[in-house]
Each structure stands twice: as C-alpha cells, then as structure tokens.
Design a protein around this ligand. Structure first.
Ligand code: PLP
Ligand code: COI
Length: 340
C-alpha cells in the first residue's frame, strides 16, 4: 500500500479530507446497506432535526500501523456499544454493532493510504456519527437518520505533544446528575465551547469540570477522563454517572492491574484530595494520555511532583504499554486489536 505524501510528523489534530466515507440512511424504520462515498459534503433540509435540535451522536477511534506493517484498530466493539447507548438516550435508532464494526473497518481499509506509518507519531482518527436528517419543527425525534464514518490523519491532540498541561477548575458545569454527560452527543461539546475558549483566554490548556450537584468532586475535561496516581503508587480514576465512559481509561485500568501489577481503583475523587496525588493525566482516544503538571483552583496552584517538563514515571509506563499494545509491540488482551 503506497501511503499519501503527508508530513506525518507535523500533523496537528485537525481535519484533512480523505478519499472515502461510509454512508448509510435510515428510512421507513430500517437502515439501508450503506455505500462508500467520495463526496464529503452533506445536503439536508434547513429544518433537519440535527440543525434545529442537535439530534446527533458520535464516536472517536483510531487506526494504527503496527510495527510489522499491519493496519489495526482498537476495541471497535466498545465504540459500537457506546454509540448504541448514546443513540438510545437521544431517541435515535441503533446502528447495529456488527454493522458498525464492519463500516469502521471498511472505511479504514478504503483510506489505508492515509493511515500514518509506524513510528511517525501520527494516527488515523476515525469518526463515526449519526444525525436526525429530516425536517422537524415541533420538538420531537426525526424519522430519518444518516450514519456516516469518515477518517482524518491526526497528530497529538494537545499542541505541546507530551508536555505537561496546566488546567483550571472550571466554574461552568458540563453535565447534570441525570443529564447527558455519559453519552457522546454533540450537545455536550457545544456547551463546552464557551468554557474552553474562556480557559484558553486565561492561559489554561483545559477545564477540570466538577460534579454539578456539589461542586466538590472531579468529573472530567471537555474531551478526556482523568487518571491520578497516588503517592503510594495506586492508579485512581473518578467514578461518576455523568462522565463519558472512556474506552482508553477502561483499557488503562486493565493495563495498570494486569500488565503493571498495580492497584487500580475507580472511586469518587474530591478536589480537596488533588494535592495528595503524585501524577495526573488526561486519557482518551485523542489525548492518549496527556500529562497534567498543574491544576489551578481559583488562584490556588496544585503542582504535581511529576513537574512541568516530563510525564510522571507511572503515566509514562501506562502510555508506553497502551501504545505498545495498539501498535503491536506488546501482546494485546484477546479482542482488543482488530486487523483491518
Ligand atoms: N470524555 C470525553 C468528554 C470525551 O469526549 C472523550 C473522547 O472520546 C473521552 C472522555 C475519552 O473517551 P475514549 O477513551 O473512549 O476516547
Ligand atoms: C476523542 O478522544 O475521540 C474525542 O472525541 C475527544 C474530542 C476530539 C472530542
């Protein structure tokens, strides 16, 4: 497979149009077979439910070139399951799990020339999404939907690569206790735009959202879950019903326990405890694990002992093990790595 001539090492996290996308439509209660399309544009009614009432959900995953030259993706079954949960919460039809995985693999295959080479530091980001496509003016779900999968080659999500981030405790809330924080819906990101622009204006890389009910517990950022390492070497991550169940985080907890022999625990984490941790990281498909060096809580600086120049030692081990599994240099648990 001849790769496109792209400056892989200098890619940021942006959209680069690739050649093919999967498109399937839902009409009269059923999904059609779907096609691989070359047109990246979508023409829909001005009154489409997605445009008026934000009826849209999405997923994010990646394709990698392994050390021995295969093209693979990571745990696509979990993205399919999460998209099902997201769709149900927004009264959308479910795109069947086996069809979802097949569509993702087909789209990666069709765009294989854009899967960055092993060792380039870049990956192919895969974006499955679905939206209500017919005209709806009274507030109700659409009757017609489109499911699509596109790909785009990407570099690191945060500009500095693995340079530790500075984040602030945010005064805006991301998700209500019984709201939609646990699903991957566009609406959760629309309402975070003001908060992220405000954080950037104030010199922070990201927001740390707290639980909306008590504002005492750590939830997540706009696009990643938190992982902390305690001073006695345990990995802990926030337990909450209003955060997105990150596939990266769930995988890292397994890696910590089964590959690194560490204790790993999901529990409520209080802002008050932050100063007790040795390391902090943001984890997600886009973020992989991005180290956090400092959290600022209304003027009070909490500096992790891992510092502002490098990843902490446990974060690094987690990062290297997970990426080793994804790129085929470390043996993966059964079913985690799927060949395209
Ligand atoms: N939290 C939010 C709000 C996200 O948008 C993402 C990205 O998908 C994550 C967490 C990380 O989830 P995953 O590891 O499944 O990509
Ligand atoms: C991801 O990590 O896949 C995300 O979706 C995060 C962000 C780009 C929304």
């Amino acid at each position: 497979m001849e790769k496109k001539s792209i400056d892989w090492a200098n890619l940021g996290f942006g959209y680069v149009q690739t050649d093919y996308r999967f498109v399937s439509n839902f009409k009269d209660g059923a999904w059609d077979e779907g096609i691989m399309a070359q047109d990246a544009n979508i023409v829909i009614s001005e009154c489409a439910c997605v445009l008026q009432y934000a009826q849209t959900v999405f997923e994010g995953m990646k394709a990698y070139t392994t050390a021995d030259g295969r093209t693979v993706t990571f745990r696509p079954d979990l993205n399919a399951e999460r998209m099902e949960q997201s769709a149900r919460r927004l009264e959308m039809p479910v795109f069947p799990k086996d069809k979802f995985v097949e569509a993702v693999l087909k789209t990666i295959k069709a765009n294989e020339a854009y899967v960055p080479p092993y060792g380039s530091g870049a990956t192919l980001y895969v974006r499955p999404f679905m939206f209500g496509s017919n005209a709806v003016i009274g507030v109700k779900p659409a009757d017609e939907y489109q499911f699509r999968v596109f790909t785009t080659p990407v570099g690191p999500y945060f500009k500095g690569g693995v340079k530790p981030l500075t984040i602030r405790v945010c005064d805006f809330d991301r998700a209500a206790p019984k709201g939609t924080g646990h699903i991957k819906a566009g609406l959760n990101y629309a309402m975070s735009l003001y908060a992220i622009m405000d954080a950037h204006k104030e010199g922070y890389d990201e927001n740390m959202y707290l639980d909306a009910a008590t504002r005492t517990k750590v939830e997540e950022t706009g696009g990643a879950n938190f992982l902390f390492v305690t001073r006695d070497g345990k990995v802990v991550t926030p337990k909450s019903n209003s955060i997105l169940p990150s596939i990266t985080r769930r995988s890292l907890m397994h890696v910590a326990k089964e590959y690194l022999g560490m204790e790993a625990e999901e529990r409520e984490i209080y802002v008050e405890e932050l100063a007790d941790f040795a390391e902090c990281g943001l984890c997600g498909t886009a973020a992989v694990i991005s180290p956090v060096g400092k959290v600022v809580d209304h003027g009070k600086e909490i500096c992790f002992p891992s510092g502002m120049t490098e990843m902490g030692p446990v974060t690094r081990k987690l990062y290297e093990t997970l990426t080793g599994i994804q790129m085929g240099t470390i043996k993966a648990p059964e079913g985690w790595v799927v060949e395209v």
